[in-house]
Design a protein around this ligand. Sequence first.
Ligand code: GTP
Ligand code: MG
Length: 212
Amino acid sequence: MTGTPTPEQIERGRLLFAKPCAFMWSAGAVTDLPPDNVPEVAFAGRSNVGKSSLLNALVGQKALANVSQTPGRTQKLNFFDLDGKLRLVDLPGYGYAKVSKTAVDAWTQLIEDYLRGRPSLRRTLLLIDSRVGIKDSDEAALRVLDDAAVATRVVLTKTDRMKGGELAEQAKAVEDRLKAHAAAFPQVTITSAHSGAGMAELRADIAALLES
Ligand SMILES: Nc1nc2c(ncn2[C@@H]2O[C@H](COP(=O)(O)OP(=O)(O)OP(=O)(O)O)[C@@H](O)[C@H]2O)c(=O)[nH]1
Ligand SMILES: [Mg+2]
């Protein structure tokens, strides 16, 4: 889907995300992934960008993604099952300064292996903090997504903290950088897990994946 969803698409998104969603699996290695038999949407982005909050806001459950996010599990891919129809995959955050280089390499490898080798992965949402913009680590993630040819929607998060003018400028700056990335849709999606902005559109966008 490109552009503004129709009221019918919004309604299909609402219905899909009103279905029960539950934690199903945590994978610490690509050899430990669940069977590749249900469409998946992955949530990628720097540590603290708001991946778990966005996932929770989409399904309307405040503590779903955090439940599995005990510190020992941060290196893992967390899979959430949405009514047996779709899986939402909360990826480990990258770019966290306090982590050792060895740990960073291990994370990067795990995320890359998943993104490159997962036929059921239908879409990646790459989250960018609207107050921070695109960093080198995001560019690196976009290159992996380009190489893997995974359709990617870039999502600006925490936009409730931005003024309208600043937000429009940031969106344009990010969109300019996306021109170099074939896997990414040219337009960013403006969201806030706190205010709910953009949730209906994202739900519609994801629901449309199941119809194609
Ligand atoms: N103002 C505002 N804060 C947000 C929003 N979404 C998330 N946050 C805050 O940002 C912080 C990080 O959110 P998380 O959802 O845990 O981020 P994450 O990307 O899952 O982080 P890691 O799992 O550590 O990689 C929390 O303090 C959230 O409350 C938002 O839409 N608006
Ligand atoms: Mg998280």
